[in-house]
Design a binder for this molecule. Structure first.
Ligand SMILES: Nc1ncnc2c1ncn2[C@@H]1O[C@H](COP(=O)(O)OP(=O)(O)OP(=O)(O)O)[C@@H](O)[C@H]1O
Ligand SMILES: [Mg+2]
Length: 629
């Protein structure tokens, strides 16, 4: 039989590898921004067309590259950042794999201009499908400009799977925010379709947080600052009153690298225990600095997951540092004013990090992991291949992305991980007594009590209706009908209000505007990140339109990581939750009767959209039995 194995041509191999690194415009943005940071730039400009689908350009004033390096940088495994396996333990740069530019050049048309500080002329390079098309000297300022056009022009299947411009923009803003937060001493700007979205003067971390996450945090930030020989932690956490219904404003950086860690997130959450309600999320921007030998940054192609040599110490330290900060700023006067003594006692914190320890660390699991792998991009054979993973992602964006969230969580300590099951995964409580009422059963509303429940008599007993849950179901059904073309009437506001949002929230609202219109909200753009609320659904009380829309956005973001729902489904659920009658609201008899009638006219009257019961039923015979004992 003839041999059948062929080596793939470079450009195809690069294209396949690119799938891991460049999944969407936002991943390219992240890589280009990080390269500019690594090049020591003090000014970094990001320019986009069509949410990065047509153009992503990053211009920096960093070190620039020589003519040879300019060509080399697009080769796979070409990097100036590490030379030996040892260097992997001292990584202080964002990049180290030498894969980003090779991946970018494989899936876009790239133009680069670069010049080193002392060189007379710079280099211009055009590259497409991993092939250099043009190279010539050029007169440019010091630094590097890389423009990538028509992302995935040569991989139509993946281009087709890109989401709407608004959705891709949201991902880009997320990545931009992470890099910009992490380097407040660098100037950043973001211009999209000619409009300037961010202009971030170099400054300190606090200023950067306010620039990026909004002025709502002004005077609401508590500084965290603890130093030990083992690690430092610094940054800010939000006062408890700024906790939101979404986990949006939560950032961890380890050695300046943004990471996702449900485990450490739990540490912060636990420090807030009792200070915020269980379903809200405190804001935090925390930086952990520790010896790079204690961290493995090489566990995931996007470098957003890392492994700590000793995760438990980090957990205890983060928790203690946040508690300490909250206590010191008398947010919670009852807490200890010192770091927990148990943590002070930990040997790693008490003793300095000596050379001896450093060599001991290289005998640890992280080091072994590296030396076993001996390559930047090791894909564990037992795990589902990441390559397969991105394919799933593009074939079925929802299922694969949900899977990745689960696997990230699964890799954390199980006890903590299980509590961290992510936004939108509320479990439906089992009914204790659940026997669906036959539609048409006559019921008489008896009373409302605690301004929360409605008691109604039915033929063979009584039911206890949760007014909020019932209303949520009713609204959900009405909104679903509206979304299918039967738009809800808008009541024009007598005094239209202006809404100023953070750029990220503005992108979300922009995306939802047309659907919101169907639901009775008339909102119009009004310049930079501002909107005017011209009208709201007729049954909404006028006067607090602004806070209603703000809360609605919050609620929507709360759902937005739940990829199993479509955009419209998330919106309907958000509006239903947001507009539903809350506990504490007194209802007239007529309102109660109306609500109960509406509830039992719904097809799925016995549960809310997320599966919680709307009422409990108590039958006479059960009551009889209970009394008889
Ligand atoms: N903006 C830039 N300014 C100066 N040099 C750059 C710039 N971007 C890339 N380089 C050079 O090109 C090399 C390759 O970049 P690339 O992003 O592909 O890899 P990396 O940053 O080393 O690793 P990673 O794949 O993890 O990002 C870098 O190591 C760096 O030397
Ligand atoms: Mg890089």
């Amino acid at each position: 039989m003839p041999d059948k194995i062929l080596l793939l041509p470079d450009n195809i191999a690069n294209q396949i590898a690119a799938g891991e690194v460049i999944q969407r415009p936002a991943s390219a943005v992240k890589e280009l921004l990080e390269n500019a940071v690594d090049a020591g730039a003090t000014e970094i400009k990001l320019i986009l067309q069509d949410s990065g689908k047509a153009l992503i350009q990053v211009i920096d004033n960093g070190s620039g590259m020589s003519e040879t390096d300019a060509r080399m940088c697009f080769e796979r495994h070409a990097t100036s950042k590490i030379q030996t396996i040892e260097d992997l333990f001292h990584i202080r740069t964002m990049g180290f794999r030498g894969e980003a530019l090779a991946s970018i050049a494989a899936v876009a048309q790239v133009e680069m201009k670069t010049k080193k500080t002392d060189d007379e002329t710079g280099t211009y390079l055009e590259i497409e499908n991993s092939v250099v098309k043009k190279q010539e000297p050029v007169a440019v300022a010091k630094g590097t400009s890389i423009a990538m056009k028509n992302l995935f022009f040569n991989v139509p299947a993946r281009r087709n799977f890109l989401k709407s411009n608004a959705a891709e923009m949201r991902h880009i803003v997320d990545e931009f925010t992470r890099v910009a937060l992490s380097f407040p001493q660098i100037f950043f700007s973001l211009t999209a379709n000619g409009q300037q979205i961010f202009y971030l003067e170099a400054g300190n971390l606090k200023q950067r947080i306010l620039q990026l996450l909004g002025n709502v945090y002004n005077a609401k930030l508590v500084s965290v600052n603890e130093k030990t020989d083992y690690m430092d932690i610094y940054g800010f956490v939000g006062k408890p009153e700024t906790a939101k219904k979404t986990r949006g404003d939560q950032y961890f950086f380890v050695n300046n690298r943004f990471i996702k860690s449900p485990y450490l997130n739990h540490a912060v959450m636990s420090a807030y225990q009792e200070m915020i309600s269980g379903d809200s999320f405190p804001m935090y921007v925390l930086f952990i600095d520790l010896d790079p030998t204690q961290v493995d940054v090489n566990v995931h192609p996007t470098k957003q997951e890392i492994k700590f040599e000793d995760e438990k110490i980090i957990y205890a330290f983060v928790q203690a540092a946040v508690k300490h900060a909250l206590a010191q700023f008398s947010v919670t006067p009852t807490l200890d004013f010192e770091l927990d003594s148990s943590i002070q006692q930990l040997p790693s914190i008490q003793q300095p990090f000596t050379e001896e320890k450093r060599s001991a660390a290289t005998a640890g699991s992280i080091y072994k992991g590296f030396t076993e792998k001996h390559q930047a991009h090791f894909i564990e054979p037992t795990k589902k291949s990441e390559l397969k993973h991105w394919r799933d992602f593009f074939e079925s964006p929802q299922s694969a992305a949900v899977g990745s969230e689960q696997s990230a969580i699964g890799s954390q300590q199980s006890a903590v991980g299980s509590q961290q099951s992510g936004v939108g995964s509320e479990k439906s409580e089992p009914f204790t007594i659940h026997l669906p009422i036959v539609i048409g059963t006559p019921f008489t509303v008896l009373t409302q009590f605690h301004n929360q429940f409605i008691l109604a008599q039915i033929d063979n007993g009584f039911i206890l209706i949760n007014q909020q849950a019932a209303h949520e179901r009713v609204l959900y059904d009405q909104l679903s009908i509206a979304m299918n073309g039967n738009a809800i009437a808008t009541q024009r506001s007598l005094f239209p209000v202006t809404l100023n949002l953070s750029p990220a929230d503005a992108a979300v609202l922009e995306e939802l505007m047309s659907d919101l219109h169907l639901l009775g909200y008339m909102i119009e753009p009004f310049g930079k990140n501002s909107f005017v609320i011209q009208g709201t659904p007729a049954d909404i009380e006028q006067g607090n339109e602004k806070s209603i829309v703000e809360k609605l956005l919050e609620q929507y973001k709360h759902f937005s990581s739940d990829l199993k729902f479509s955009k419209r489904e998330k919106l309907i659920r958000s509006v239903a939750k947001q507009q539903s009658i809350k506990p504490g609201q007194r209802l007239t008899e007529k309102e109660m009767q109306g609500l109960v009638n509406d509830l039992f006219a719904c097809r799925q009257f016995n549960s809310t959209p997320d599966g919680k019961p709307t009422y409990l039923e108590f039958k006479l015979e059960q009551l009889d039995k209970m009394f008889k004992g």
